[in-house]
Design a protein around this ligand. Structure first.
Ligand SMILES: NC(=O)c1ccc[n+]([C@@H]2O[C@H](COP(=O)([O-])OP(=O)(O)OC[C@H]3O[C@@H](n4cnc5c(N)ncnc54)[C@H](OP(=O)(O)O)[C@@H]3O)[C@@H](O)[C@H]2O)c1
Length: 271
């Protein structure tokens, strides 16, 4: 998402060649899942990824999304009418240079369109072979249950991280239903902020020190160990951060560390 013009992830990433190098480096390091959306750019982020994929022999699963429009850095609004989802999906196929999109997610429910109609449009695109799996984003428990009546749901992408665990009930439902959970903002960055300020809690700092790791790496390691259906999509424009984030998978937190980290920010659960 952040490999776009700034502010607001609007326009093309200014250093196009270095953006491509960063994506290639991620794949070299073993990343095999990339999340994007029509709204990132809009379209520019998919074009950047499509250019990299065109020269690759490795298999990479690309997940994109439709249902949100962006007409300026600060003009973002849902449009998940079936006709619009079809249009955006067809554009994504072209930009990503794919015959079928591995995972296509409804970016967010559109209050002006019955939810079942938006999900039904994705079911239709799946039936036509334009998308392989259907995913949802920014959805509630009830919406997931409703969508499951229409089409198999492969993934849910909601905001969740060490410092923001309000979505725990959705995370648990996904585990029970065999649905992958993609926490967005895994480093707790605000969508339009350049920093990822996780916390200044000294206990998090102490656990990071004990593992010779950064607090961000601990946050990612905590998510990876939190549940088996979590797929991480940390966003970065920096090769140094990319390499640091990938190393998070080598950090093994003890059960005591995981539980105390989880409880640090999750006041509801510790009461
Ligand atoms: N479904 C949705 O509605 C939705 C909304 C937002 C995002 N997303 C998805 O979720 C992905 C991640 O979300 P996000 O980018 O908002 O949040 P994030 O992954 O929590 O944080 C990214 C921010 O943290 C910084 N960062 C990354 N690694 C770092 C490191 N090792 N040390 C210090 N800073 C670091 C990045 O800056 P640098 O560039 O300097 O590394 C960037 O500003 C996006 O790429 C997008 O695919 C989905």
């Amino acid at each position: 998402m952040r490999l776009c013009g700034q502010p607001g992830n609007f326009g093309p990433y200014p250093d196009w060649a270095s953006g491509k190098r960063l994506i290639r480096r991620a794949i070299e390091l073993g990343v095999n899942f990339i999340d994007t959306a029509h709204a990132y750019g809009p379209g520019w982020n998919e074009s950047l990824i499509g250019e990299v994929l065109a020269d690759l022999s490795e298999e990479v699963v690309v997940a994109t999304k439709g249902g949100v429009e962006k007409t300026a850095a600060d003009k973002v609004f849902p449009d998940a009418r079936p006709s619009q989802l079809r249009l955006r999906c067809e554009e994504s196929l072209q930009r990503l240079r794919l015959e079928r999109i591995p995972l296509y997610q409804l970016h967010r429910p559109d209050p002006n369109v019955p939810f079942a109609e938006s999900v039904g449009a994705l079911a239709q695109l799946r039936a036509e072979g334009k998308i392989r799996h259907v995913g949802l984003s920014n959805v509630s428990l009830a919406q997931i249950e409703e969508a499951l009546q229409i089409v198999p749901i492969a993934s849910v992408q909601n905001r969740f991280n060490l410092a923001e665990q309000a979505d725990s009930d959705v995370l648990e439902l996904c585990l029970a239903r065999g649905i992958a959970y993609l926490p967005w903002g895994p480093l707790a960055a605000k969508p339009f902020s350049p920093e990822a300020p996780l916390s200044d809690d000294h206990r998090l700092a102490a656990i990071a020190r004990a593992h010779s790791a950064t607090e961000g790496q601990i946050a990612l390691a905590w998510l990876l160990q939190h549940a088996p259906h979590i797929v991480l999509i940390p966003g970065t424009t920096s090769t140094v951060h990319l390499e640091e984030n990938i190393l998070a998978k080598t950090i093994i937190l003890s059960t005591v560390e995981s539980l105390s980290l989880g409880a640090l920010f999750n006041n509801v659960k510790t009461r």
